[in-house]
Each structure stands twice: as C-alpha cells, then as structure tokens.
Ligand binder design. Sequence first.
Ligand code: CO8
Length: 259
Amino acid sequence: MRYQHILLEPIEAGVVRLTINRPKVLNALNRATLEEIDQALDLLEANKNTRLLLITGAGDKAFVAGADIEEMRQLNSLEAKAFSAFGLGVLRRLENATFPVIALVNGFALGGGCELAMSCDLILASDNSKFGQPEINLGIPPGFGGSQRLTRLVGRPMTLELLYTGRILGAEEAQRFGLVNHIFPQESLMTKGMEMALDIVSKSRTSLQLIKQLVQRGQDLPLDNACIMESDQFGLSFSSPDQTEGMAAFLEKRAPNFN
Ligand code: CO8
C-alpha cells in the first residue's frame, strides 16, 4: 500500500509505527491523511501479526498541530459535520482496536492532534511537547471528540478552562492533569516508546485484548454492568492457553511463555 501523508513501518515483534508525515504544516490532519490512517487500520486489523501500534508525527516540532485549517476553512456546515464524523470514526477505531495503541507525542498536539493522542491507550510525551484545544481561537468548538475525551481524562473544570481559554499546556502540566503517562527527552522518546511497546507485547495477547475492551467499553457503562462485563471476560480468560501457561509458570517459578 502506498501512502502520501503517513508512513507505516513494521518495527519488530509485531510493533508497527504510524507516522503522520506532513511536517511542512506541522502534520496537520487533512481528510486525505485521516483516510490513510483509516486504510492503515484496515490493514493492521486484518494482519494477525499486528501486536501494538505506535503513533507519532514527522519531524521534531509537532505530533499533530490540529486539523488542517486551510482545508477546513472552505467547508460548509454539512461538509464540516461530515468531516467531524469521519474523524471521530477514525479515532474511535483506535480506541476499539484489537491491539494496544501508544501515542508518542513529539511536539505540538493541538486540537485534532490532542484528540488523536487522547484516543490512544497511552500517551508518552517528549519534554518539548505541548497539548491544547485552541479551537476557541478559530471561532469553533472541538470537533474530533475533545470536549468529551478531555472531560473523561482530566475532569470537567479543567476541560472547560482549556476549551474556554485555548490555553496550551506543557508536558509537565499535561502529566499533572493525567493526560500524559510519561515524559522523556525528545531524543529518547522513540527508544523509550519502543521499550514500553516490547514489554507490553511480551504479555498475554488475549489478556491485553480483554483489558483494553474492559477499560474502553466499561468506562461508559453503569458500574454494575461494567463489573458484569469484567466478570464475563475474567471467566472467558479461563478458556485461554495464556491462563493455563501464566498460572503454571507462576507455580513452577519460571517466566511465562505466552504465544
Ligand atoms: N492547519 C494547517 N496548517 C497548519 C496548522 C494547521 N492546524 N498548524 C500549523 N500549520 C502550518 C502553518 O500555517 C505554517 O505554514 P506556512 O509555513 O506555509 O506558513 C506551518 O504549519 C508552520 O506553522 P507556524 O509558522 O505557525 O509555526 P509556529 O512555530 O510559529 O507555531 C503553532 C506553531 C503554535 C502550532 C501554530 O502553527 C498554530 O497555532 N497552529 C494551529 C493550531 C490550531 O489551532 N490547531 C487546532 C486546529 S482546529 C482542529 O484541530 C479541530 C479538529 C476538529 C475538526 C472538526 C472538523 C470540522
């Protein structure tokens, strides 16, 4: 598959890196880029060897500086709604992916870029990264889920402050608010991301899938229903070879060997 706006590279052990590759416009998301991400997800989901996806931006300045303002400014209302719906669908696919997804935020993650990062399971950030939803300054509200995902991640008062003011957070502040898992020097972000990716893919694949489903789907369910879902998944895991191997390995005092 040939892409114009992204790079899709298998790294090792089923870890794949997707790079948004429009550095001249700070990796802004136009429709074509979102379509390529969508196509890449088709490919990754169809490939049984996909174990984990890393998402980052090309260059050392930006992860993604938002949706492409030049392209967006020309949209009418219905087209803007359609663009928003398409973007929301692509980001939702990351949350529902059958493999873990890690954002390596290597600079600006603004507007659609912050929304893209928030759709990933974990956010590892470089020390020069910046997060925010500055749409208010363009006379629009967020359109790729920012008003909803930010509320779930950092709570309502901080979300409203960030959306009302468009204030940009540095990496440390973003971490304090619970948006960022870890901060690394820019030059070691990729290595650290890969270290974490390899650690995760060494674990039970079945359990990773069950955990992702439980956390992503459970958070929007009433607690009782979410706990029933956990119970069901827990029970289901007892028919997996990984449960047999994991428990045997513990009792035999050796490292588990998950397939
Ligand atoms: N879209 C298009 N082009 C962009 C974008 C963008 N989001 N961000 C930067 N660029 C371009 C600049 O226009 C510039 O191009 P050129 O060299 O041709 O002039 C180039 O990238 C470099 O940018 P700057 O010169 O501005 O670099 P600075 O270091 O001075 O500033 C900033 C960096 C602070 C990141 C600045 O570029 C900026 O503020 N960018 C816009 C950030 C923003 O507002 N993002 C939110 C966009 S709206 C959005 O994401 C909504 C998502 C939901 C959409 C729903 C569909 C309807």
